[in-house]
Design a protein. Structure first.
Length: 277
């Protein structure tokens, strides 16, 4: 996400310095299936929600994007897919959990954790991978002092971002944003049935009338934001597959794991992600 305490530009610069050309090549190979699609917020239901109207009362311009990753249903964890078919929320919870527990988010998460987690006022928030993986992400869940869940359905979780959830929780902020994770199952696809995972971002100035958005569309910061989104989306989708959930539990290491380690380093002891009892 852009406009965070530790920006995507700094995150990607750190990764590039650590990995050099090899990291750039690994990134391109790794995220090749994540595609940005044209997105007009004025035609989207998100801009009609009470949240958007409340937090952007002046209808200020937005920096926005929509990134999509399609996965054959045969590659998804069957338990998550079965629960989704029955109207459950485990698939969208697994998707959300895999975003925040990912190594793509780890640098930002650790930075925020070191800076804020010691505060007693923030003890209720999610900070560590085990709790991020276990959470159901119900409405009101606060993540690393930067995200809060506004709404949740079996197919989508909407979060507010851009500042601490404790800062004007019911009104607009100087710089504000909405971040939506969603998944749609397409069984009537022309080729094979697929799940379509989506990450949607909206950033805007919430206070006073503004002529522009917080991020210029063609800026370096905008470019870095989109690279960061691709990293988050790819790893989160992998977390919804049997390989993603079972990595480190006696299964052979895949080429995906090799590329991920090239970018982020060796994996810590594996956690079983998002399985609900």
């Amino acid at each position: 996400m852009s406009r965070l305490k530790l920006s995507p530009l700094k995150l990607l610069s750190t990764a590039a310095l650590c990995g050099g050309v090899g990291t750039i090549g690994a990134f391109r190979w790794w995220t090749r299936s994540c595609q940005f699609e044209p997105y007009d917020p004025s035609r989207d239901v998100l801009s009609q929600t009470p949240f958007y109207r409340r937090f952007n009362p002046n209808k200020n311009p937005t920096f926005h994007d929509l990134c999509v990753r399609k996965v054959p249903l045969s590659q998804l964890d069957p338990d998550l897919l079965r629960d989704h078919d029955e109207g459950g929320t485990k698939l969208i919870e697994a998707f959300c959990a895999a975003v925040w527990a990912s190594r793509a988010y780890a640098i930002q998460r650790r930075y925020l954790q070191q800076r804020y987690s010691a505060s007693p006022a923030l003890a209720h928030q999610l900070w560590r991978r085990p709790e991020l993986l276990r959470s159901h992400y119900d409405v009101g869940t606060e993540i690393t002092n930067h995200f809060v869940v506004l709404s949740k359905t079996p197919t989508a979780i909407l979060l507010r971002c851009g500042d601490s959830p404790l800062n004007t929780p019911h009104g607009p902020r100087a710089v504000d944003g909405l971040f939506e994770l969603s998944v749609t199952i397409h069984r009537e696809s022309a080729d094979v049935p697929v799940a379509e995972f989506r990450m949607k971002s909206l950033f805007y100035f919430g206070v006073d009338v503004a002529a522009s958005s917080p991020i210029a569309p063609l800026s370096l910061e905008g470019w870095a934001h989109k690279r960061y989104v691709k990293l988050l989306l790819e790893e989160a989708v992998r977390g919804c597959t049997p390989q993603g959930q079972g990595h480190g539990q006696g299964q052979p290491q895949s080429s995906w794991d090799n590329v991920r380690e090239a970018v982020f380093g060796p994996a810590p002891a594996a956690q079983k992600a998002t399985t609900r009892e």
